[in-house]
Design a protein around this ligand. Structure first.
Ligand code: PBG
Length: 331
């Protein structure tokens, strides 16, 4: 006598149409945000060696990048500045004609409301020591002195026309400090995206190249230890209490559990940043012929959405948006 399985989950996997109908996780272009590097003084795009397919852009090429992002239906772009000159306190971050602030205005004008213009709010691109804040005399990163500069930077970015400020420096109290400064300056409408659970990660390696950072030391005194999940949740809750409109978990792959835990308890949207090293891993493995590039990319993005992210920052945003418009199956 043969025994038949009483439950046959395979039934729903039988055809592409059934699989589409049974899909628990979806992705649309409006949930994708493209990080963009703008290099001061550049006259042409500069390819980033550690991130095949990604370039630094000159300011006057930014409208074309914005156009491509808008045409792809993306939810936004996240701007990073690569300044020509750096100093100990990151002066270029707060000057109205600093490269990032100029880029915000150019992007805002080009976007004309079709997508959100977001800006990285952190000092590491602007300091000569490469840390996310200013240094105290003993060489440690001075939390509260940094908050004052973040507040000025936030107002400068809002004045330049940013819709969303991405607070990525991991200083204690940064959300409250920037929120208060924005509100005082008449920018109550500007959105704060808090990089709430940002881990001290090797996966930011290629990004250093992208922004030509000269980091001395590491970021372990302000970014989270990779083994700490509860602390990531605590950081998100603190940022929400300080007024964050959105909280983020970063990187994605090794931290999907943190993303899921934060998504479970967050009262605000949760986004995730698929970082430079995650990008580089797949690009290099694919060009070595080791994995199917498109399936691998789709699989990571579905995983991030499944874990609970409502939007994803990814260097593949434009390409993936095109796949989605073509009706391609992800993963
Ligand atoms: C800080 C910042 C970093 C990234 C985004 N914002 C670098 C860091 O914290 O070391 C990394 C993004 C990536 O690796 O793609 N300005």
């Amino acid at each position: 006598m043969s025994t038949f399985p009483t439950r046959r989950p395979r039934r729903l996997r039988g055809t592409p149409a059934l699989r589409r109908l049974a899909a628990e996780t979806t992705l649309v272009p409006a949930q994708l945000v493209l990080p963009v590097f703008v290099k001061e003084g550049a006259t042409a795009a500069v390819p980033i060696a550690s991130m095949p397919g990604v370039s630094q852009h000159p300011l006057d090429a930014l409208p074309a990048v914005v156009e491509a992002a808008a045409a792809a239906g993306l939810g936004g772009i996240m701007l990073f500045g690569v300044p020509a000159v750096r100093d100990a306190t990151g002066t270029g971050a707060v000057e109205p004609d600093g490269i990032l602030n100029q880029a915000i205005t150019v992007a805002r004008d080009a976007a004309a409301g079709r997508l959100t213009v977001q800006a990285d709010l952190c000092l590491d691109e602007f300091t000569d020591h490469g840390h996310c804040g200013v240094l105290a005399e003993d060489g440690t990163v001075d939390n509260d002195a940094t908050l004052e500069i973040y507040a000025q930077m936030g107002v400068a970015q809002a004045r330049a026309g940013a819709d969303v400020l991405g607070l990525s420096g991991m200083m204690d109290g940064q959300v409250a400090a920037v929120r208060a400064a924005l509100d005082d300056a008449g920018f109550a409408h500007v959105v704060i995206l808090a990089y709430a659970a940002k881990y001290a990660s090797a996966f930011y390696g290629p990004f250093r190249d992208a922004v030509e950072s000269t980091l001395q030391g590491d970021r372990r005194t302000y970014q989270l230890d990779p083994g700490n999940g509860r602390e990531g949740v605590e950081e998100a809750l603190l940022d929400i209490a300080e007024g964050a409109d959105v909280v983020m978990v970063k990187p994605t792959g090794p931290y999907l559990d943190v993303l899921a835990r934060v998504a479970d308890v967050s009262s605000v949207p949760v986004w995730a940043y698929q970082v430079s090293g995650e990008y580089a891993l797949i690009e290099h493995a694919a060009s070595a012929g080791l994995i199917d590039r498109e399936r691998a990319i789709g699989e990571t993005l579905l995983g991030i959405r499944r874990a609970g992210a409502e939007a994803i920052l990814t260097y593949w945003a434009i390409e993936v948006a095109q796949w989605l418009r073509d009706g391609k199956e992800l993963g």
